[in-house]
Design a protein around this ligand. Structure first.
Ligand SMILES: [Zn+2]
Length: 366
C-alpha cells in the first residue's frame, strides 16, 4: 500500500480531500489535538464527507482494548479513519482501519518519533505492550505550523530519534562487514540524507522554526518509507533502539510511565557511539578490524552528539528519565538480546568489551 505524504505549505491538503471526498470518515483525536481535528473536520465536511467523531478525553491516552474498541466501532461503519495526533492515536487508527479493511491517514501534531509511516502499531493488551503488524497510513498530512505548537520535549524526542540514525546505519554497515548482511543502498541513502538534512536544520530546530520542523518531520516519515523499501527496520533501528526497547519493557514491567521513545533512543545513541569510538581509539582487535575501525572513524564523537541533544532540550543523562544505575547495568548487559540483529552491542558483548566499559559508561551517562 503506498503512502502519500502531503505538505500543507506546498499544495494544501487538496489531493487528500479529493481522495476521500463524499466518504464516511471517522476522526480520532484527544483533548490536546481537538482544535486541529476541528479544522480538518470542516474541510472534510466541505468535501462532502460524513464525519464520525471519536474523541478521547484523555491527556495521556493509552492504547488499551477498551479505548481501541470505541474506535473500532466507528471504523467498522466508516470508509476511512483519520488520526489527529501523534504516536498513540496514529497506532490506534492504523490498527482499527486494518481490521476494518479500510485506509487510514494521520495529521501529525508532534514530530516526536519515527513510527508514523511504519507497518507496526504499538498497543496494550492485557496490560502488556504488543506490536501488531498493520497497514501503514495511506496519507500523512504535514502541517508544520501545527507541529511546532507541540510541547518542546516532543520535538526534542524526534531529534533524538534522528541522531539515532548515525548508529543504526553504522550497525547495518558493521553487520555487512562482519556477516555480509546486504545493504539496501536506496533505503540507506534515503535515511542518511534525511538525517543530514535534519542536522543542517539544527539551528532552526532550536528556534522552533516551521521550515526546520518540517525537515525534522519529513526525516521521521522517511524512516517508515525506507523500512518499507527494504522490507525490514534496519534503516531506522539499531543498537540505540535496542537499548530503548530494553528500557521500555523494563518500565512497563514495573508499571511505570514510559519515557518518550526518541529520548531513550538519543541516550542509547551516545552509548553506542562510545562503543564505536572505543573500538577505534583502543584499536581493539576483532574480525575485519581495519574496516571496523575505519567505520567507527566516520561517526561523530559522543560528546558532539551530547551537545546537539542538550541544545534542543533532550535529556542527556539516564537519571533524567528515571533510569537507575542498576537498570543501566542490565541494559548494557542485555540490550543486544532484545532483537536478533547484529549491532555494535553484539560485537562488544562477544569481545567482553561492554562488561569492561559498563562502569565508566554509567559514570558518564547516569
Ligand atoms: Zn525510533
Amino acid at each position: 500500500m503506498s503512502i502519500e505524504i502531503l505538505y500543507k505549505q506546498n499544495n494544501g491538503f487538496t489531493p487528500f480531500l479529493l481522495a476521500v471526498a463524499g466518504k464516511r470518515v471517522a476522526i480520532l483525536y484527544d483533548v490536546n489535538t481537538a482544535p486541529y481535528a476541528e479544522e480538518i473536520r470542516e474541510q472534510l465536511k466541505g468535501a462532502g464527507c460524513q464525519i464520525t467523531d471519536v474523541p478521547y478525553p484523555d491527556e495521556q491516552l493509552l492504547p488499551t482494548e477498551d479505548k481501541c474498541a470505541k474506535a473500532q466501532l466507528a471504523a467498522d461503519a466508516a470508509e476511512y479513519v483519520l488520526a489527529v495526533g501523534s504516536g498513540t492515536l496514529n497506532d490506534m487508527a492504523k490498527s482499527v482501519a486494518t481490521r476494518a479493511g479500510i485506509p487510514s491517514g494521520v495529521l501529525p501534531t508532534a514530530a516526536s518519533m519515527d513510527g508514523y509511516c511504519s507497518a507496526g502499531a504499538a498497543l496494550m493488551r492485557d496490560g502488556f505492550k504488543v506490536t501488531d503488524t498493520v497497514n501503514p497510513p495511506a496519507h500523512v498530512l504535514v502541517d508544520a505550523d501545527v507541529i511546532r505548537t507541540a510541547p518542546r520535549e516532543m520535538t526534542a524526542a524526534g531529534f533524538g530519534d534522528i541522531v539515532g540514525k548515525y548508529t543504526c546505519l553504522a550497525d547495518w554497515q558493521l553487520s555487512n562487514i562482519i556477516n555480509g548482511e546486504p545493504i539496501h543502498k536506496e533505503a540507506f541513502a534515503m535515511m542518511e540524507q534525511a538525517r543530514e538534512a535534519c542536522l543542517g536544520a539544527y539551528e532552526g530546530l532550536v528556534r522552533n522554526e516551521s521550515e526546520a520542523i518540517e525537515t525534522l518531520t519529513s526525516a521521521l516519515l522517511k524512516a517508515g518509507l525506507s523500512m518499507a523499501l527494504c522490507g525490514n527496520s534496519r534503516p531506522a533501528s539499531g543498537s540505540e533502539h535496542h537499548q530503548s526497547h530494553f528500557l521500555e519493557m523494563d518500565f512497563a514491567r514495573r508499571g511505570l510511565p514510559i519515557p518518550a521513545h526518541g529520548v531513550k533512543v538519543g541516550l542509547g545513541t551516545m552509548i553506542s557511539l562510545e562503543l564505536y569510538h572505543y573500538l577505534s581509539m583502543a584499536r581493539v582487535p576483532c574480525r575485519e578490524q581495519q574496516r571496523v575501525w575505519a567505520l567507527a572513524d566516520t561517526l561523530p564523537s559522543p560528546d558532539r552528539v551530547r551537545e546537539l541533544l542538550a541544545g534542543v532540550g533532550c535529556p542527556v543523562r539516564f537519571r533524567d528519565i528515571g533510569v537507575t544505575r542498576e537498570q543501566m547495568r542490565q541494559m548494557l548487559a542485555l540490550a543486544h538480546t532484545v532483537r536478533d540483529r547484529y549491532t555494535v552491542l553484539t560485537l562488544c558483548a562477544e569481545l567482553g568489551l561492554t562488561e569492561r566499559l559498563t562502569e565508566p559508561l554509567i559514570d558518564k551517562y547516569y
